[in-house]
Design a binder for this molecule. Structure first.
Ligand code: ATP
Ligand code: MN
Ligand code: MN
Length: 304
């Protein structure tokens, strides 16, 4: 999987990326994808991925022995990382910790060299960590929910958000569900953002209890969809668009247009093998307007 000339120059423009070690190490055994393949994937999608994570505190999932062996969720900056920024932020406990912040392609590739496979940014930026600029409704279907029901739920949520004059964007998680993402511009403090997200999920669960659930208890899900509003809080994360997932097939968290949803058959339909080519073919970025739309929660706050 070769990188396109344009993405190669994106890498070259910044600082020098690290050298890749163990390029032949198998990361996805089922598709025989190596660490080199992961590096090449991230190089190919770099121009799309970076805007989604630059400047945001970032958690990573590292799979040092591939996806068939244990992987680790890492929130904090660690020794040995030289290109990735370290930003000191206060945690819930009141104690500060050093967070990872990617600023360019070289720092992203340094994380890949450190066996990072998944990238999970905050819904705010490191320089304004208390101001949310993304609300994520993470639709988590119970084991007995057909994907068609998850799609229907996303469409209904989009309609309800539109009634609140909030435009939303769609992402296929690369796992089991869909993410409906609402940009906030100007941003909003986490307290109101959280109340909005919880209020929205609670209202859904109350009006259609057979379809929706607003509590995370897995045993209660069954045929219902958990509207996971807990992605919305200071320090909470959601997977970045274009991030790989450490699951069989090398799936990608993929932003899609609402018009693409009808023909979608599963949430892990896009993979590291086909996404670079799909991006090259794509005429329009379905999330092109996400950072320029002016909308916020002020209207909702008044109604509360
Ligand atoms: P799926 O569609 O399969 O649900 P998902 O990415 O939405 O995929 P979730 O299990 O719903 O997965 O998790 C939502 C988010 O919670 C993840 O994207 C991640 O950012 C965050 N998360 C995952 N694991 C941890 C962890 N160990 N600690 C903290 N946050 C985590
Ligand atoms: Mn989910
Ligand atoms: Mn979830």
């Amino acid at each position: 999987s070769a990188s396109t000339p344009s993405t190669a120059s994106t890498v070259a423009k910044g600082r020098t990326p690290p050298t890749l070690s163990s390029p032949t190490k198998v990361i996805f055994p089922d598709i025989k994808a190596t660490k080199q393949d992961v590096w090449d994937y991230y190089t190919a999608v770099m121009g799309h991925l970076l805007p989604e994570i630059i400047g945001r505190p970032l958690s990573i999932i590292r799979c040092p022995s591939g996806t068939a062996k244990p992987c680790f969720f890492q929130k904090h900056h660690t020794a040995g990382l030289e290109l990735v920024d370290s930003v000191r932020l206060k945690e819930d406990s009141g104690i500060s910790a050093h967070y990872l912040v990617v600023r360019d392609a070289a720092s992203l590739l340094e994380l890949v060299q450190f066996n990072a496979l998944e990238f999970h940014p905050w819904g705010s930026h490191a320089e304004a960590p208390d101001r949310a600029d993304r609300v994520v409704f993470d639709l988590d279907p119970g084991p007995d929910v057909p994907f068609s029901e998850v799609k229907k739920a996303a469409v209904d949520i989009r309609k309800l958000l539109a009634q609140l004059e909030l435009e939303s964007f769609l992402r296929v998680s690369g796992g089991k569900g869909l993410h409906v993402v609402v940009p906030l511009n100007p941003g909003c403090d986490w307290d109101l953002t959280k109340r909005f997200a919880k209020g929205f999920a609670d209202a859904l669960a109350q009006s259609e209890p057979a379809r929706f659930l607003a509590t995370s208890t897995k045993s209660l899900r069954n045929k219902r969809i958990f509207v996971d509003y807990l992605r919305n809080g200071r320090g909470a994360t959601a997977v970045a668009s274009y991030s790989l997932r450490g699951r069989p097939g090398g799936p990608v968290a993929m932003p899609i247009a609402w018009s693409e949803l009808a023909k979608l058959t599963r949430a892990d339909a896009f993979t590291m093998k086909d996404v670079p080519a799909k991006l090259a073919r794509r005429r329009k970025d379905p999330w092109a307007d996400i950072n320029t739309i002016q909308q916020n929660l002020a209207r909702w706050a008044q109604d509360d």
